[in-house]
Design a protein around this ligand. Structure first.
Ligand code: UDP
Length: 322
């Protein structure tokens, strides 16, 4: 049985579906602060905070072989406003989970990490061996969690994989689950809101970045590609007695302006685009070099930006139009 924390959230729910389709049994642990019980359509569900001592009850009830840890707060902007919230939930509560895993002899762990651990990278595409210099509390909370895992693995009888996500986007092709954040802060769903008429316009946060068109460049990766990488990483932990860290991205960068143009193309809708101030904590360019995971696990992303936007648009229409 695989324990999936945060399995009622966006990436966790997509991975939980993929795990069940691949024949794994899962138990989702989520306190539904950010997640949706409706998204847990596969496996078991337990409502717990992964930072609570009561989480032991889940380990007593199920025969857990490994943990996929999605549970976390993930808004860069909010982390700048409320750093303690991020360090407590993303770091301290993860330590609680690790303590309980040790107690029950569970020794396989996959962390949802982030490209935000790199800060403003010295060169792009970014390889895993670049120095980690996070520039916002969200990235910092994941950085110290990675360090805690490194120490835990050094103690022995424990292996982990940290997956550094670039920009997760897109939705389940069956539209059974999708991206739903409250409040929404991510670019693609916000632009889709403008396309569907839920907002009057979209604002570009900063046009003076050191990029070809002045807007931030990001590497958008389909959530199903991310889900598949977790299965590959879990199989790696089952077969090899080692830990590792991998970037997860497409290796291609798109500017905010290019994403907006893609949404206009896919949806056939036009809407006003406003040029706004920079948002604090945003690096200029984040593009993954994902060679390491391709070489080591044989993982390759399947979906491009157009498919990402199409799948997100289908989900958007389902929840806001049908
Ligand atoms: N962004 C923007 N307008 C918005 C939301 C986001 O210009 O309404 C920009 C944001 O500044 C960043 C990029 O879009 O450069 C991606 O932001 P998102 O929050 O989706 O992901 P992040 O890169 O912060 O994880």
């Amino acid at each position: 049985m695989i324990l999936v924390t945060g399995g009622a959230g966006y990436i966790g729910a997509h991975t939980n579906k993929a795990l069940n389709q691949a024949g794994y049994e899962t138990v989702v642990v989520d306190n539904l602060v950010k997640g949706y019980e409706d998204f847990v359509k596969w496996g078991h569900f337990e409502n717990y905070n992964f930072g609570s001592k009561d989480l032991r009850e889940v380990f007593e009830k199920y025969d857990i072989d490994g943990v996929l840890h999605f549970g976390a707060f993930s808004s860069v902007a909010e982390s700048v406003e409320l750093p303690q919230k991020y360090f407590k939930n993303n770091y301290k509560n993860t330590i609680n989970l690790l303590q309980i895993m040790r107690e029950f002899g569970v020794n396989k762990f996959i962390l949802s990490s982030t490209a935000a651990v790199y800060g403003n990278p010295e060169k792009v595409p970014i390889t895993e061996d670049q120095e980690l210099k996070p520039i916002n509390p969200y990235g910092h909370s994941k950085f110290i969690t990675e360090k805690a895992l490194e120490r835990e693995a050094a103690k022995g009888d424990f292996n982990y994989v940290a997956l550094r996500y670039f920009n997760a986007a897109g939705c389940d092709f069956d539209c059974e689950i999708g991206e739903l954040h409250e409040p929404e802060t991510h670019l693609i769903p916000l632009v889709l809101d403008a396309a569907i008429g839920r907002r009057d316009s979209i604002s570009i946060f900063g046009t003076d970045y050191n990029t070809p068109d002045g807007t931030c460049v990001r590497d958008y990766i389909h959530v199903n590609d991310l889900a598949k990488a977790h299965i590959d990483a879990y199989e790696y932990l089952c077969n090899e007695n080692e830990s590792n860290v991998f970037n997860l991205g497409n290796g291609k960068g798109f500017s905010v302006k290019e994403v907006i143009d893609m949404v206009k193309k896919v949806t056939g809708k036009d809407f006003p685009v406003k040029l706004d101030e920079r948002r604090e904590g945003d690096p200029d360019i984040l593009i993954a070099d994902a060679t390491k995971i391709k070489d080591k696990l044989g993982w390759t992303p399947q979906y491009d930006l157009e498919t990402i936007v199409e799948s997100a648009w289908n989900w958007h229409k389902k929840i806001y139009q049908d």
